[in-house]
Design a protein around this ligand. Structure first.
Ligand code: ATP
Length: 732
């Protein structure tokens, strides 16, 4: 089995589809036929009306009925391993795979109106072009659980919103600015039913359309289905009107938000045709961690191939904008950029970092991707003031709720304020967004507009239920009583002969997986404990690695690359990897320490089950110390299981959270929740005896402590501080 092909985000879907040999009922079995999470049955019904029941060659309806695991024919060409080395499980003999072979994307149609790319069914393009009436739009948006709300209206009104506008107009003449007491208006934009419509309906550049198709993307995910029409200017709107929206998008983890924010930005820049002359940045994308920023750069580079658009990661020591420093042009980086868009992007980026970390280097790229503090340093003048960035027309905040959390808030707002272009278009994206963060974002958008003529609408797009974990993964909440119990449970998961299902018949977790701990010190300690648990015949200690923000940039990149290549099977990490990171074939996650908020749970477990893939498993271990805090997590699991139709907390089916447990768990107060989010479970943070991760005897620990160098204690304390610029977990 070529693990690299399974894990690597960079591997092209279309290529993957031709080469992936394994067809297992695990997420690592490759590409899902349908990246959408909702609406398969309803949309199938509509198919009858819209395309007269057109069926694709492989028997899928063109509206993308989702292929469920286990329904298909038996496909497995994987070489057998002895059971003691079978860490990835589910092998040895023929297993059920997805019908038609998951990952044969090149031949699959799989979705509503995806004819042109997927093989060009007759009349499909015409069908793509037919403007749906309001009822049809409503039906599609509802079936995909999409809600589009106008938070602040532009003048003139958005298409699809004329009626409401007229009604209001007769009273007030113009809609008042946003106010929490005013009712919000829901609109129903024309949904994007196929990614080919990006070209046929919105006229995106041929290059960009080709690059999208080359990645194997055909059917839009839910967030793309609604966000792209909104950001590309809605059907029938002029190019100028494209600029009229600021967007707050809340969509599940792994639902393709990256593509949704990149395509409109890149297409606008490409169409401007000034790429060769422009030296100032046109778009800024901010993400909370270096790993995520790097990933966005790599995704972007695949889309801009042969377009002339340059997209770069801002690194320490770089400068952005004209400043009072010696200006050294970094345009030469372009050649290196091309290199790092390869599958080894992260490693090559890291190797190059040393070449460019000289003060005063100015990045000459059209699109800059950065963590907040690195970018802030890059635009800071010697006197401490911030360089204004009037050339920036697009500001994208990925994982916006973290970027506007107190941890990063000042940095993010300083960057936002530096983007002084009066026509700045802002979009904020996350899988979770609390109402306080939403209000803060709105306030800031409106405040920045006070002195400008900017009249853009502010739109909120919500996919599914807000702040809910993915319905397509299995959640397992296990009481382990003590720290030792947790260690034992994790060791069992690592054991190659561990049962493939648990006592309730639920699928067990198999590597590759991520293990999340509360602090850097705990990640280190757990790694030290488990390092030798995988036998040397299976690769031994090289199969398990730690990754946290106390490590050097190079070491972090190396672990990421090795994991994507399948050389490392288990990463023990902090919340550093909880947000945005996309390992395509991850089988699951283990919350070794209970996440410190419901949102943290949603993001951590969202590392698996990406793009609609089924089979991911999320195991959460909790001890006596967690009992006062675990209810919010249990509630998220219950809601997700309800969506999936497995019990919903009523004790039926295979639900992990029974109603009696929900009733028995104490409800933490708002204050308790805030404290937990800020500090984590106190005993773990303080490293008290009961919370220590160690199987060493007291005597051995004492001997170890004596050997410690003077000053080593302060290092431990340092690693708990938020000294690093990136998000390393709220509690690190
Ligand atoms: N239209 C599509 N068809 C198939 N796969 C897609 C499509 N759009 C995105 N993907 C894939 O889905 C995966 C997740 O995408 P992405 O990382 O953008 O998710 P996200 O919504 O940003 O997740 P998170 O909230 O965790 O950051 C990626 O592997 C991407 O290649």
């Amino acid at each position: 089995m070529d693990i690299y092909k399974l894990l690597s985000r960079s591997t092209k879907l279309a290529q993957n589809s031709r080469t992936t040999p394994a067809q297992q009922s695990l997420p690592s079995s490759g590409q899902n036929a349908n990246p959408q999470l909702f609406g398969h049955e309803e949309v199938k019904e509509m198919a009858g009306e819209l395309v007269n029941g057109n069926l694709s060659e492989n028997g899928n309806t063109v509206l993308g009925k989702r292929k469920r695991r286990g329904k298909g024919k038996i496909v497995d060409v994987v070489e057998e391993l002895p059971p003691e080395l079978d860490f990835f499980g589910e092998r040895g003999g023929k297993k059920k795979g997805k019908k038609g072979g998951v990952g044969n994307g090149a031949s699959e149609t799989g979705g509503l109106g995806n004819g042109a790319v997927a093989g060009g069914e007759d009349g499909q393009e015409e069908e793509d072009e037919r403007r749906l009436d309001e009822e049809e739009c409503k039906a599609i948006l509802r079936s995909h659980k999409l809600k589009v709300t106008v938070l602040s209206e532009s003048n003139p009104p958005l298409p699809g919103n004329e009626k409401v506008k007229r009604k209001k107009k007769s009273k007030d003449n113009i809609l008042p600015p946003l106010s929490s007491s005013k009712p919000k208006l829901q609109i129903y934009p024309q949904p994007l039913t196929s990614l080919t419509q990006l070209r046929t309906r919105y006229g995106i550049s041929k290059r960009l359309a080709e690059n999208i198709a080359y990645q194997g993307y055909k059917l839009p995910t839910e967030v793309q289905l609604a966000a792209l029409p909104l950001l590309m200017g809605e059907s029938g709107r002029s190019r100028e009107q494209h600029k009229d929206i600021d967007l707050l998008a809340v969509a599940p983890t792994g639902s393709g938000k990256t593509l949704a924010f990149l395509i409109p930005v890149l297409d606008t820049l490409f169409k401007d045709k000034k790429m060769d002359q422009e030296t100032e940045p046109q778009a800024i994308i901010v993400a909370p961690t270096r790993e995520l920023a790097n990933q966005i750069v790599n995704e972007g580079r695949k889309l801009v191939e042969n377009t002339g658009i340059r997209i770069s990661l801002v690194r320490k020591g770089m400068s952005v904008g004209k400043r009072d420093v010696d200006v050294l042009d970094l345009r030469g980086e372009r050649d290196e950029d091309a290199e790092s868009s390869s599958d080894d992007g992260e490693q090559s980026s890291a190797q190059k970092a040393s070449k460019v970390q000289k003060p005063g280097y100015v990045v000459k790229s059209h699109v800059l991707v950065s963590t907040p503090l690195t970018l802030l340093h890059a635009i800071e003048n010697l006197d401490g003031t911030t360089t204004s960035l009037p050339s920036v027309r697009f500001l994208v905040l990925d994982e916006a709720d973290v970027l506007l959390d107190p941890l990063f808030r000042d940095q993010t707002l300083s960057i936002w304020n530096a983007c002084s272009n009066p026509d700045l278009r802002t979009s904020l994206w996350s899988a979770t967004m609390g109402s306080s963060i939403e209000s803060l974002a709105l306030e800031h958008i409106l405040k920045n507009r006070k002195e400008s003529t900017n009249t853009a609408s502010i739109i909120r797009l919500v996919v599914g239920l807000k702040d809910t974990a993915l319905p397509n993964i299995t959640h397992i909440l296990t009481y382990a009583a003590t720290e030792t119990g947790k260690l034992l449970a994790l060791r069992q998961l690592l054991h190659p002969t561990a049962p493939k299902t648990d006592s309730s018949g639920r699928k067990s977790l198999r590597p590759p997986f991520l293990v999340f701990t509360q602090t850097i010190d705990r990640a280190k300690a757990l790694h030290a404990e488990l390092k030798y648990d995988i036998p040397p015949e299976a690769g031994g200690s090289s199969r398990i690695a730690a990754l946290h923000s106390d490590m050097s940039e190079t070491a972090r990149s190396k672990v990421m690359t090795s994991f994507r290549r399948g050389e490392i099977w288990v990463i023990i990490t902090t919340d550093l990897l909880a947000r945005g990171i996309d390992f395509r074939g991850l089988n699951g996650v283990v919350n070794y320490d209970v996440p410190t908020s419901a949102a943290a749970y949603v993001h951590r477990v969202g590392r698996t089950g990406r793009a609609g893939r089924e089979g991911g498993v999320a195991v959460t271990l909790y001890t006596k110390d967690d009992v006062p805090h675990v209810k919010p997590v249990a509630n998220v699991i219950a809601a997700s299981e309800k969506l999936r139709g497995v019990g919903g907390g009523d004790g039926e089916g295979q639900s992990s959270v029974k109603q009696w447990l929900l009733d028995a768990l104490p409800t933490p107060s708002k204050r308790d929740k805030q404290e937990l989010k800020r500090k984590g479970v106190e005993s773990r943070r303080a490293g008290t005896k009961t919370a220590r991760i160690s199987t060493k005897s007291k005597l051995n620990r004492g001997l170890g402590a004596q050997k410690k160098q003077p000053g080593s204690q302060s290092k431990g304390v340092k690693s708990m501080d938020l000294k690093e610029e990136e998000f390393g977990g709220f509690s690190d």
